[in-house]
Design a protein around this ligand. Structure first.
Ligand code: G4P
Length: 290
């Protein structure tokens, strides 16, 4: 479910997350592994400040494994512990717990030296809509938690959900807005389904996706849709025309675009990563990650 973010909502979400952060020892920043930069909130550094933070590259099952490894190295080289995960998989809990303990181990050792007996780690999950916050919380807690309706502004008393004996999670995730001011980022978010299709033209997103696959994963489109020419020989509009015919939709490009997007999001064209580590040098994106 996508939220329409207005300045008032953003200010409120920022205020609420800022309040909650005071209560936690650790923040789990959830991003979509297919968009490790574009699915981050633009003001996250200011909001989280110096709280220890682990970047969880969720939906790693849908992302390009080689790129995920590079992104993890990249984040870790900047001093952020990072972990690839799949919220739908059972062993994710163990991996997250181990990472959390490892991240806080020095602080906890210092506390112990000062005679402070460590209690369970208190943490919260934070991220833009649709990155898998509810799914990962359900996974960690081992049951279905109350739905927050994915709306910022739902406040109630602080409640902690236990994840074994060593971790406690704040019962509601922090929901922040994506970076939609940039056209390219908007298209990437739309292609993965992170923002509503109505915000952009379907065929624009489809053309963007076709261009992306033809460039970075050549052969996948022609193979999936049985096209006679290879992806690299055709422009994105030609690819869209050809696959519309192959799908039996004649000239209904809207319908073909809808089908194509659904299949891309479901991973039917294979695993992919839209944000490429290699592009960092030429983009100003990295300025948001200090
Ligand atoms: P949110 O709270 O951050 O808004 O996200 P939410 O957990 O609602 O997850 C958004 C969608 O992403 C859901 O799909 C969910 O199943 C899917 N998802 C979450 N984590 C993962 C993951 O690690 N891998 C994959 N492949 N999918 C993931 P949906 O289609 O909206 O719902 P559903 O039909 O799966 O229930």
């Amino acid at each position: 479910m996508a939220i329409q973010w207005f300045p008032g909502h953003m200010a409120k979400a920022r205020r609420e997350v800022g309040e909650k952060i005071k209560f936690v020892d650790l923040v789990f920043e959830l991003v979509d592994a297919r968009l490790p930069l574009s699915s981050r909130n633009p003001m996250l550094d200011q909001i989280v400040q110096h709280k220890p933070r682990i970047i969880l590259l969720n939906k790693a099952d849908l992302a390009d494994e080689g790129q995920t490894k590079k992104w993890i190295n990249y984040f870790e080289s900047l001093g952020y512990p990072a972990l690839a995960c799949n919220a739908k998989e059972a062993n994710t809990t163990k991996a997250i717990l181990a990472k959390a303990k490892h991240t806080l181990q020095e602080k906890r050792a210092r506390d112990r030296e000062r005679g402070i007996q460590p209690r369970a780690i208190r943490a919260m999950v934070l991220g833009i809509p649709n990155v898998g916050k509810s799914t990962i919380m359900n996974r960690l807690v081992g049951k279905k938690i109350a739905q927050t309706g994915n709306k910022p502004g739902v406040t109630k008393g602080q409640q902690w959900l236990r994840v074994g004996n060593e971790l406690e999670l704040l019962d509601t995730p922090g929901i922040l807005w994506p970076k939609f001011e940039d056209q390219e980022i908007g298209k990437k978010l739309a292609l993965t389904g992170a923002i509503k299709d109505q915000l952009l033209h379907l065929d624009d997103i489809a053309l963007y996706g076709l261009e992306f696959f033809a460039t970075f994963y050549p052969g996948r489109i022609s193979q999936r849709y049985g096209l006679s020419s290879t992806d690299e020989q055709l422009t994105a509009p030609d690819l869209l025309m050809d696959l519309t015919k192959k799908m039996g939709f004649r000239e209904d490009y809207e319908r073909a675009s809808e089908r194509l997007l659904l299949e891309i999001r479901q991973g039917k064209l294979g695993r992919f990563t839209l944000d490429r580590v290699e592009d960092l040098e030429s983009e100003s994106n990295h300025e948001t990650v200090h």
